[in-house]
Design a protein around this ligand. Structure first.
Ligand SMILES: [Zn+2]
Length: 273
């Protein structure tokens, strides 16, 4: 079961949470096992030019015949899909997110669609007293959500899951500015495609990837990757964090574009602080 968790990102979590048979199909197409190395493999982000074949994984990607407009099932039929453009919203006092993140040994996965950092149990937050545990953080460029009609260069997704399988994502926008040490620690340990790099001597705390301000928008949407399962609780932080131009380019040398286009809001309520 551990390999299942390592094998892919949100789609596999959705499968484990008892999502649709389609999720299972995606899972079966993913590699069941991964080469796990323990440090000292260098970083795929430094070994440019990287071969760009991430788009062909498991029959979906972001360009060509696998592009997002060709994703089927809930991705094309769902009425509450993510990402969205957040332009108009209902202003309301939202509860503090109360994110409580702990140090976790660094595990970086290059799954063919994105770079993902795994977290061991112990980090998370509560929604109406229900605990949600941080599973992983991954990256999209450009951002998937738009704020007031415009994207950011990058967006991070902090994926949390409740015991009943409900997913809650905290999204953090990324803009170009100061060098980011926490990001650097991740980038330095990115393995080749389809591989996992466990670096137990290095600890990471997801807290260090968050901005100071924690005001957010909230709405109900979906996974932004197949199978696009719905009922995902989204929290989009208003304040971005910064990474350097060089760090942005390093990610884009492996994944030039891995963002799903914005989807129709269809009358959904978006609440903001
Ligand atoms: Zn994502």
């Amino acid at each position: 079961m551990r390999n299942f968790l390592l094998a892919s990102c949100v789609s596999v979590i959705a499968f484990m949470a008892g999502a649709s048979a389609q999720a299972q199909q995606i899972h079966m197409q993913a590699k069941p096992t991964q080469a796990v190395s323990h440090g000292a493999v260098g970083s795929a982000l430094q070994a440019a030019p990287m071969q760009l074949h991430g788009n062909a994984h498991a029959g979906w990607g972001y360009s060509g015949e696998y592009r997002a407009s060709q994703w089927g099932g809930t991705c094309s039929e769902g009425q509450a899909q993510s990402p969205i453009n957040i332009a108009r919203y209902l202003q309301e006092d939202l509860p503090d997110l109360g994110l409580e993140y702990q140090d976790s040994p660094l595990v970086v996965v290059n799954n063919g669609h994105t770079i993902e950092v795994k977290f061991e149990l112990g980090s998370g937050f509560h929604i109406e007293n229900v605990p949600f545990t941080l599973q992983q953080v991954h990256f999209h460029t450009p951002s998937e959500h738009y704020l007031d009609g415009a994207p950011y260069p990058m967006e991070m997704h902090f994926v949390h899951m409740a015991e009943n399988g409900t997913l809650a994502v905290v999204a953090v926008m990324v803009k170009v500015g100061q060098h980011n040490n926490t990001i650097e620690g991740i980038w330095q340990n990115v393995p080749g495609e389809g591989q996992t790099n466990a670096v137990p001597m290095v600890k990471i705390n997801a807290e260090n990837l968050l901005p100071e301000g924690r005001d957010y928008y909230k709405y109900i949407g979906s996974l932004t990757t197949p199978p696009c399962s719905e009922d995902v609780i989204w929290h989009i932080l208003k304040e971005p964090v910064e990474i350097s131009e060089k760090q942005l380019r390093a990610f884009q040398s492996v994944y030039p574009v891995n963002a799903r286009p914005v989807q129709p809001v269809n009358g959904r309520m978006i609440i903001g602080d």
